[in-house]
Write a protein that binds this ligand. Structure first.
Ligand SMILES: [Zn+2]
Length: 112
């Protein structure tokens, strides 16, 4: 969850619902994602919520609003919902190096 110019690698086109789960190539099912998030997401579509054990679908940037599920706090992306908890977990959004990059970008006023 960085702008492309702030990542070490170019962003990639992700199938929100992967083809192997029946996802289409329609723009409704495509998202521009950072390399690292996309590596961790792979072909996942859902995960078990660490708080409740319920199976929860990952955040869908085409149908859901980011600010309703997440907020940024000192470089960490914090969950407001179960959708956010599973997405942060699967995409490993708050690995220490990623928080550090966000903190550095925030100090220079270019993040979020
Ligand atoms: Zn990312």
């Amino acid at each position: 969850m960085l702008h492309q110019e702030h990542g070490a690698k170019k962003h990639e086109l992700d199938h929100i619902v992967p083809r192997k789960h029946g996802g289409s190539d329609d723009t409704d099912n495509l998202a521009w994602t950072c390399f690292q998030c996309n590596r961790y997401k792979g072909s996942e579509v859902a995960a078990y919520d660490p708080e409740t054990g319920q199976l929860i679908a990952l955040f869908n940037p085409r149908t859901q609003q980011w600010h309703e599920h997440f907020l940024v706090e000192s470089g960490a992306i914090m969950p407001l919902t179960a959708v956010a908890r599973v997405t942060i977990f699967v995409l490993q959004i708050n690995r220490p190096g990623r928080i550090m990059v966000r903190q550095l970008l925030a100090q220079t006023g270019i993040y979020p």
